[in-house]
Ligand binder design. Structure first.
Ligand SMILES: [Zn+2]
Length: 317
């Protein structure tokens, strides 16, 4: 039996998955807290290698049965050298030789890429976008992550920074964003954005009762689901902004498919209808005629499918 191993590193949780080398099927997976994997090791590369070894040992799989390891990193990477450049939400990975260190420990090929690129590749190779050559993947979670598949291949732009749809401007002179810009989509439709809105709609006592990092966004969605007018209005506005962002992408790239996913999208499916209506009402007729907007079925598993595809392409997506 031959397998591929994939790791999708998130700021809070990390998905580890063993994937069949013949077909895109997850044989076993685990999603521990990122801290528990990285703490107590000399370097993140060794920590990940250790996590892979433990995972395989518990499932009685030999390392010799694994063709390689593909890692999704929540930041910018130097793919050819396997080095992490910068991770704004997980600084412990900054400037680490993640792939070379893990490879020398495990003695199998190790490849890394940006995690949203791998989500896009996962949707293209194993998800709802199988067989679609021109597609855009947008995941709305704490932020907005996106990836582009154009003419059947991942599109990364001249400097590897393409597809930052979350940082396209939807409001002139709008809210200041962490990227240094103003009025970015991510400041209006994301867990972060909805939490800011919730802080103006609800009393602190109501928010603290939930207690997670994006408690505000969760409370807002819960209240909208039971008919709270203010919450419904706020979510409608947020997903209208998402629709505007998508119109701009559609009119620029003419994709055949948009895949929407992420925690905020799955928590409030009505938002997909709102964003879709904006696109269908505002995108140019030629662009929307054959356009489909679908919700991801892979969701949290898209990234590890992308990691497996990274292994099968030997790092050349
Ligand atoms: Zn921005």
């Amino acid at each position: 039996m031959a397998y591929r191993f994939a790791i999708d590193i998130g700021a809070t949780r990390t998905m580890l998955a063993l994937i069949d080398a013949e077909r895109p099927e997850i044989v076993a997976h685990d999603r521990p807290e990122t801290d528990t994997i990285l703490t107590g090791w000399r370097s993140p590369g060794l920590a990940l290698a250790g996590a892979v070894e433990r995972f395989l040992e518990e499932r009685r799989v030999m390392l010799s049965e694994v063709e390689g390891l593909g890692i999704g990193v929540p930041g910018t990477v130097d793919r050819s050298r396997g080095i992490v450049l910068e991770c704004p939400n997980l600084h412990v990975l900054d400037h680490t030789a993640l792939a070379p260190e893990a490879a020398s420990e495990l003695r199998i090929p190790v490849y890394i890429d940006n995690n949203t690129n791998l989500i896009a590749i996962g949707e293209h190779t194993a998800g709802i976008g199988r067989g679609v050559d021109d597609m855009v993947v947008v995941f709305v979670g704490s932020g907005v992550g996106s990836g582009l598949i154009l003419r059947g291949a991942l599109y990364e732009g001249a400097d590897g920074g393409a597809a930052e749809i979350g940082h396209t401007v939807v409001v002139p002179n709008g809210l200041a964003c962490t990227c240094g810009g103003h009025g970015c989509l991510e400041m209006y439709c994301s867990g972060k954005a909805l939490t800011m809105v919730a802080n103006t709609l609800f009393k602190p006592g109501e928010l603290y009762a939930i207690g997670s990092r994006f408690a505000g966004a969760r409370l807002l969605i819960e209240q909208a689901s039971v008919g709270h007018e203010g919450a419904r209005g706020a979510l409608t506005e947020a997903f209208t902004y998402l629709g505007i962002g998508l119109v701009n992408v559609v009119n620029t790239l003419n994709p055949r498919l948009i895949v929407l996913g992420g925690g905020i999208v799955s928590a409030w499916p009505e938002g997909v209808e709102i964003a879709t209506a904006v696109v269908m009402n505002h995108a140019m007729p030629l662009m929307r005629r054959n356009l489909q907007i679908k919700v991801s079925q892979l969701q949290n598993y898209a990234g590890v499918h992308g990691g497996a595809a990274l292994v099968s392409s030997q790092g050349r997506l």
